[in-house]
Design a protein around this ligand. Structure first.
Ligand code: SME
Length: 137
């Protein structure tokens, strides 16, 4: 691997790997705090294009995680009122925050076309990944 690989290239490869290895991950991407603003900005992702490039803190599942600092697993998105729809195919979602030096700097967001798809192993893996990313970002 090239040592010159940019952070976005690494994150893009992580998305590609997760997308190809986990059949029930149908949209995999990153959102990060947008500078000093209280909003998230879309980073690298794999999946259908989304209208939600910028998400204000508090809005949708992603915006709520930006404020709560806690993983938000949604087994059935139709049961959520504060939800931003990206695709009519999406049935479930999980968002895991990424902390750098204790600060919530962003998150990984996974959408699934299956209801209640996320396993214990998925969540352990995503927690591990986000902890590792917090050390290198
Ligand atoms: N569904 C998310 C918006 C991002 S898309 O899933 C890519 C939300 O409610 O925050």
């Amino acid at each position: 691997e090239s040592p010159k690989q940019s952070t976005d290239e690494k994150l893009q490869k992580i998305c590609q790997l997760l997308d190809s290895e986990v059949p029930h991950f149908n949209w995999t991407g990153f959102y990060f705090k947008n500078g000093d603003k209280n909003e998230l900005k879309l980073g690298p992702y794999v999946g259908a294009a989304t209208d939600h490039i910028i998400i204000p803190y508090g809005k949708g599942i992603c915006g709520q995680v930006a404020v709560s600092n806690e993983t938000f697993e949604v087994p059935d998105v139709h049961e959520q009122d504060n939800y931003l729809s990206c695709s009519i195919d999406t049935k479930a979602e999980i968002v895991v925050p990424i902390f750098k030096n204790g600060e919530n700097i962003g998150q990984i967001d996974i959408d699934s076309h299956t209801i209640n798809p996320f396993t214990h192993e998925d969540k352990e893996m995503l927690n591990w990944l986000c902890e590792e990313l917090g050390k290198i970002l």
